[in-house]
Design a binder for this molecule. Structure first.
Ligand SMILES: [Zn+2]
Length: 97
């Protein structure tokens, strides 16, 4: 009587293996790139760098307001509104972590 063997299926290409070891070996050999990409995606869900960039962008916006004396009131207001909105967003993102 033959036992029904559990198969270990590769999540990248669907190939099946008899042991987890064989599967791991296969993934290491064939899908290194996919694994590396997964790591990058994982980083994206923890957007520390993105927050830093947003804070930098807010700084640029505020700087623009100061170094542009020729802006009319409407334009100044838009810049102020945009930087305020971004500040608020950054605040929420940081708080939700
Ligand atoms: Zn595979």
């Amino acid at each position: 009587m033959e036992e029904i063997k559990k198969k270990y299926k590769c999540k990248y290409c669907g190939e099946e293996f008899d042991t987890p070891l064989e599967l791991a070996r296969h993934v290491r050999a064939k899908h290194k790139r996919a694994k590396a990409r997964e790591k990058i995606d994982a980083k994206r869900t923890a957007p520390l760098e993105e927050i830093a960039k947003a804070i930098e962008a807010i700084g640029i916006l505020k700087g623009l307001q100061q170094v542009s004396p020729h802006l009319n009131e409407g334009e100044k207001k838009i810049l102020a509104d945009v930087s305020k909105r971004m500040e608020t967003l950054v605040m929420y993102v940081q708080r939700s972590k």
